[in-house]
Ligand binder design. Structure first.
Ligand code: ZN
Length: 600
């Protein structure tokens, strides 16, 4: 067999030659700026449609929006790649700032359009949406209009946006500043070290139990020391949000996040209901793990501890072939698409200095290509990450025939294709493991994900809903925040924890993100939703691929309930649907317990 050699460095010249100093990138951005400017001028004459004769105006506007948005994304995506591959690229950082302000301008133009459209008379609106030009965008256009209607007047919303810069988003930025200022002092191997919060957090998976415990305690002490600052920050972010909700007449704090995720409250309740009723196997896993670590009950600081020292390695070429081989079992298109991505330099995988950590996939909508970023060092979890990002790229590929208007999918479904692809590879790795130790390590990796989504994220959700309820009546003290967090963790972890992490509310950035509310349940939704698609794919074989692609193409044009009904014939407002996905995860636990018991 001839060994295929795939490039490990991505090709960005394909878009703009010459890196962050590229003249073609410069002129691209200038052109986008010009377009935004002239669109702004024309927007001043854009009035609410009064008759069906206005259809061409709206169609023209939609296409202009598409043109600006795709060109803006193209430039922004490539600049993001420049920065990721070299965090010291100052020119790229400057360009990123520039693109940021272009984005801000674009979103305010979008808001204006929504407001204008919302003033259309109902009868005219209905007529317009039935035209051949606009009917394909009916879902999104209706959503725009509904959003505008649920808001206050244009003037009031404008005031909120303006005041939010200093009165709201700045609290989120202050949080970053506070965390960045914290230094954790730890002695490791006899050497005194001063670390950032991120570095100390990384010790949670250290093989030495003492280091895990000491770093956790040092972190808790640091959060305790600054708890008043964090409590104040969190209270004001929530207070600002609640005040706006009240003015808009929104009673439930879940109204906005559910709307963003195009999801019904019943669906959310069914999902958490099914999870709550199925904690027992995961509690059993946690008990087993703590016993393996020589403890009576699970400590928070042992949750990420490694239980197996097995470290099977695969070089990049082997990893790529492994992914392609298993993708093929699920469908020829996923395989050929991914092969092309490997061959054509869509992936940046090299292990070298100055790259940013983590992985991502970004789309270039004008060129209709994607780029994947990661640092590949040969672990099985690298192979999973690579498959995950290829899944994202495949989602974009599936959406190619779809108009830009109908591609804006929400967070909950955003992780569908990626988790699906990751599952294929993670499952295959378990099946092909050469030793029991290796199998245990791979299974644990899978179970850890379930624990994160069913327990950790659940705790965040329980905490956040309860905190917001109490915040309606006034400031919630740091002591009460600790209490709420401990209660939420005990409940979400099925009382399996010996020690909790009371200051988790201070340590987790997600509670301080002002752009998106409730940055938690969509993770769990995406995971379980894609698991049920995966279960269907297993039972239907490679024939499932066309159905899968059709589902991906509909991810941004209907509610999640309609999406599941249309493509999976499932009612996701019922717990029974969610239990099917959870059952797959329970199988991993059974296998893990069996293997570890056999080892004694
Ligand atoms: Zn992802």
């Amino acid at each position: 067999m001839i060994e295929q050699t795939y490039p490990v460095v991505w090709d960005l010249d394909r878009f703009f030659e010459g890196g962050s100093n590229s003249p073609s990138l410069r002129s691209h951005l200038d052109k986008v700026k010009e377009k935004l400017g002239s669109f702004e001028t024309r927007l001043k004459d854009f009035d609410s449609p009064t008759s069906i004769a206005d259809v061409s105006n709206i169609e023209k506007m939609v296409n202009e929006l598409k043109d600006i948005a795709t060109n803006l994304s193209e430039g922004g995506a490539v600049i993001g790649c420049f920065l990721a591959q070299d965090t010291t690229d100052k020119q790229a950082a400057l360009l990123q700032g520039e693109v940021g302000s272009l984005y801000a301008k674009f979103s305010s133009q979008m808001l204006t359009i929504q407001q204008v459209l919302s003033k259309t008379k109902e009868t005219v609106w209905e007529e317009l949406l039935q035209t051949t030009e606009l009917s394909p965008f009916a879902f999104v256009l209706n959503e725009w209009r509904d959003e505008a209607k649920r808001m206050l007047s244009e003037k009031e919303e404008d005031m909120i946006t303006t005041l939010g810069v200093d009165g709201y988003h700045s609290w989120g930025q202050l949080y970053d500043l506070l965390v960045g200022d914290i230094r954790i002092k730890l002695t490791i191997d006899g050497v005194q070290k001063e670390m950032s919060v991120g570095q100390a957090n990384n010790l949670s998976s250290h093989e030495d139990a003492t280091i895990r415990k000491e770093s956790f305690e040092a972190l808790e002490a640091a959060w305790t020391d600054k708890e008043e600052f964090f409590a104040k920050t969190l209270n004001h972010i929530a207070g600002f949000r609640l005040a706006i909700y009240e003015k808009r007449g929104w009673d439930s704090v879940l109204e906005e996040p559910l709307h963003i995720n195009r999801m019904k409250e019943e669906t959310l309740n069914a999902m958490w209901g099914a999870i709550s009723k199925n904690k027992a196997p995961f509690v059993e896993y946690l008990n087993k793990k703590s016993a393996m670590l020589g403890e009576k009950q699970m400590h928070w600081y042992d949750l990420d501890a490694p239980v197996s020292t097995s470290t099977e390695k695969m070089d990049y070429q082997q990893g790529a072939e492994f992914i392609l081989k298993h993708f093929k079992e699920f469908g020829p298109k996923l395989e050929s698409f991914s092969r092309n991505a490997f061959e054509k330099g869509w992936i940046e995988a090299e292990d070298r200095p100055n790259k940013r950590p983590g992985g991502f996939c970004t789309g270039m909508p004008v060129s209709e290509e994607s780029r994947i970023f990661m640092t590949y060092s040969g672990s099985m979890s690298n192979v999973s990450t690579l498959a995950h990002e290829l899944g994202h790229a495949f989602h974009s590929y599936a959406l190619r025939p779809v108009h830009w208007m109908n591609r804006q999918y929400a967070m909950g479904v955003a992780e569908t294709a990626s988790t699906f692809a990751e599952m294929i590879v993670a499952d295959a790795a378990v099946k092909e493991a050469k030793t029991d130790d290796e199998k245990i390590a791979l299974l644990e990796d899978k179970i850890q994900r379930s624990v994160a989504f069913f327990m950790n994220i659940h705790a965040r959700f329980l905490f956040e809903t309860r905190f917001y309820e109490e915040r309606k009546n006034g400031i919630v003290s740091a002591a009460r925040l600790n209490e709420l967090m401990e209660l939420a963790q005990q409940e979400a972890y099925g009382d399996a924890l010996d020690t909790t992490h009371p200051h988790f509310w201070a340590s987790k950035l997600h509670f301080y993100i002002t752009e998106v509310p409730f940055y938690n349940f969509p993770y769990t939704f995406g995971y379980l939703f894609s698991l049920s698609i995966y279960a269907k794919a297993i039972s239907e074989g490679a024939n499932f691929e066309e159905k899968y692609i059709a589902l991906l193409q509909d991810t941004a044009v209907m509610s999640v309930e309609d999406l599941a009904m249309k493509h999976l014939n499932e009612d996701i407002t019922q717990e029974a649907f969610w239990i099917k996905g959870i059952d797959l995860c329970i199988q991993d636990v059974s296998e893990f317990i069996q293997l570890t018991n056999a080892k004694g």
